[in-house]
Design a binder for this molecule. Structure first.
Ligand code: CP
Ligand code: NVA
Length: 307
């Protein structure tokens, strides 16, 4: 059966670990695997802006021996005259896989249900699972095994990054603490899914309001923009609500001395994070951005084998 990655818990703990192992091997020997040789084409569709996702998919597909077809929704029929499922039926006759950055998760579900080729969520309003594979790869590189680590996420608890952190960390057996303002927390059903997964992997999920409590002795500190794409009209209210949730040098002293800092980027220095933290010695953001390439290559290679 065709496998898709629409949300982080589409991968079992063993599958997630296997993809991360493969990404590590691909990083060490970048052109060793050529599953798209032919070449086969992979469509990468964007309803929203992107730098890292666009580049890492295009370069990664080429590394795998394939041809990337990068499509902007604004210049296609998708989203206007044509449904996701009709677009998928057209694409599946010509491409090996589809990656799509969009708004509603339901669009990705519709596309996946309507096609025989793998569909990858390249970011939706709800999840960013490709980013989490890169983040976990980065954490593994710097900290060794993921199991049992403590990760603190401080800031917008209701966005795609937090939802993906919840599911992906639970899958990896990580202890995840999320500190967020009261009205900006994660969706209840996603928290429940994460708690259920964590119960079987030895991880845990803790939701807090106090950033310092979340950071206490953490191995990894993460934040994300306070104004995700599509929420620009809420900017003023968000800046006010998140005022006490900036990752500062002072806050970083609560985490372990060798804690690392991650941010998926793009970042608003002076808002969710102090420039001295994101540009400081504990920050691993450039490794994290590079790892999008290796993680997605491993994911695509794995998905293409599952048919
Ligand atoms: N982190 C990330 O997905 O970046 P882009 O929006 O630039 O793709
Ligand atoms: N939460 C951010 C992630 C950007 C990669 C957004 O959706 O805009």
């Amino acid at each position: 059966m065709t496998r898709h990655l629409l949300r982080d818990d589409d991968l079992s703990p063993a599958e997630q670990a296997a993809i991360l192992d493969r990404a590590e091997r691909m990083k060490a020997d970048r052109f060793a695997e050529r599953p798209l040789e032919g070449p086969q084409t992979v469509a990468v569709i964007f309803d929203k802006s992107s730098t890292r996702t666009r580049v890492s998919f295009a370069v990664g597909i080429a590394d795998l021996g394939g041809v990337p077809l990068v499509i902007s929704t604004a210049s296609s029929q998708l989203g206007g005259k044509e449904t996701a499922s009709d677009t998928a039926r057209v694409l599946e006759r010509q491409v090996a896989a589809i990656a799509w950055r969009t708004y509603a998760q339901s669009g990705l579900e519709e596309m996946a249900a309507g096609t025989t080729v793998p569909v990858v969520n390249a970011l939706s309003d709800d999840f960013h699972p490709c980013q989490l594979l890169a983040d976990l790869l980065t954490i593994r590189e710097h900290k060794g095994a993921l199991q049992g680590l403590t990760v603190a996420f401080v800031g917008d608890g209701g966005d795609n990054m937090v939802h993906s952190y919840l599911l992906a960390c639970a899958t990896a057996g990580i202890h995840l603490r999320v500190a967020h303002p009261a009205s900006y927390g994660p969706r209840r059903e996603i928290v429940e899914d994460a708690i259920r997964i964590a119960a079987s992997t030895g991880g845990s999920i803790t939701l807090l309001s106090d950033p310092a409590e979340a950071m206490a002795d953490a191995d990894v500190v993460v934040t994300d923009t306070w104004v995700s794409m599509g929420r620009e009209d809420q900017k003023a209210a968000r800046l006010e609500a998140f005022a006490g949730y900036q990752v500062t040098r002072e806050l970083m002293t609560k985490a372990k001395g060798d804690a690392i800092f991650l941010h998926c980027l793009p970042a608003d220095r002076g808002f969710e994070v102090e420039a001295e933290v994101i540009d400081g010695p504990q920050s691993v953001i450039w490794d994290e951005a590079e790892n999008r390439l290796h993680a997605q290559k491993a994911l695509l290679a794995w998905l293409l084998e599952q048919d």
